[in-house]
Design a protein around this ligand. Sequence first.
Ligand code: ADP
Length: 444
Amino acid sequence: MKETLRILVVDDNEVDRMAVRRALTQADVCIELSEVTNGRNALATLRTATYDCVFLDDCLPDQDGLTLIQRLRAAEIKVPLVVLADQKNEEIAVEFMKAGATDYVSKSRVCSETLAQVLRHAIRIHRAEMQTALVNQQLRETNEQLLRQNQELEQQRQQIQLQNFKLLEASRLKSQFLATMSHELRTPMNAIIGFSQILLRPKFGTLTHQQTDMIERILNNGKNLLMLLNEVLDFSKLEGGRLELKPELFDLTKIINIAIAEMRSLAEAKKLSLRVDIDMQQPLVFNDPLRMRQILINLLSNAIKFTESGCIWVEVKELPKNKLAIAVRDTGIGIAPRDFKHIFEAFCQVDQSITRKYPGTGLGLAIIDSLVQMMGGKIILESQLGVGSMFRIEVPRQLSLPTTMDNLPTLNLNSHEIFCSVQNPHSSPPKSSKASMGFPHLKL
Ligand code: ADP
């Protein structure tokens, strides 16, 4: 069905109005026509009703067509306006178009084809203009909304930045506090250890069995506490990026044998056999011997702590590309795959309850992890609950140190690349260390 177009003709001349009426009626358009004879009535009619097009005489009795168009546009009445001029004058036509007319037609050309064409053309242009205006309005609104969102985001960014500064400052203060406290506590602890050792020497008089037992307990507890303090101090240094490696050339086998000798009594106290397999053509390495010893002691004490019966193996071998592998393997309680990642986080233990069986700070593996990262190496973990665990570190034989402090790696516990696999760490015979060090694992 054809659309019925509402048309308004504004002309004081009855003959001209009739010509338009006739032409439009004869044209192939369906129209509903209204007529007014002056500008005032045209304005009033267009204020109250909507039309699809207005045919407008360029010279009305109460005002000229140009003034009427300006008034209509000022009143924001949006309708296609076709000016019907007595004579076609290019300059006046431009004036009308500038004021907001949609088209300008000479009355001498009024016939059904011309008017139908002008009408369709005017309506099409008007609708396109309306559409463009609508899109522009929507764009403006979207733009304003985006600007508002942008401002909100900027405010949020500033707030996050502020929170970040506060958190960094709090973290710095915490590290500083940890470092100061553990450093200050180490001095009296060393005195307690030193004087307990002196008291145990026979030249200071004989002690009763009970007294010796008590001083030995003071000594052992003091040593344990000192170890914990050292861990906290190391952790706070690593966190603040203040821990430096001190590399030197040394014989790795010596360091390993010394560490094993230190830990042997602990293993024997739990009736665990401690076996070593060092397979190295060249034992000299350029690394930090104290930190290498610390890593091994930590892994060994964990292996002893978490193993009730069976065996602990230390396996050392050379790898291609001038790398070394040190593995500590046990027949202990094992670790569930879901805990593989967490145990390397600071203060994280598989058993976090206060009634837990195994003592510790939960800092050992976090420190080892950071140290190994600083050395440019990686840690590999294989474990199976109830069967045992294997921690293997792979480090370059020769340390290449960053030149500035800024380049030193800080404790970054979430940056690991992890390949988890539940493996029996004893799936290959421990003695044949070459084969047993190559299964899928947790790579840190
Ligand atoms: P700590 O030993 O002081 O608790 P660590 O950082 O050295 O802290 O170890 C974190 C946790 O990882 C331990 O609490 C334990 O749950 C688990 N873990 C470490 N080594 C072993 C191991 N050899 N066998 C079983 N669990 C282990």
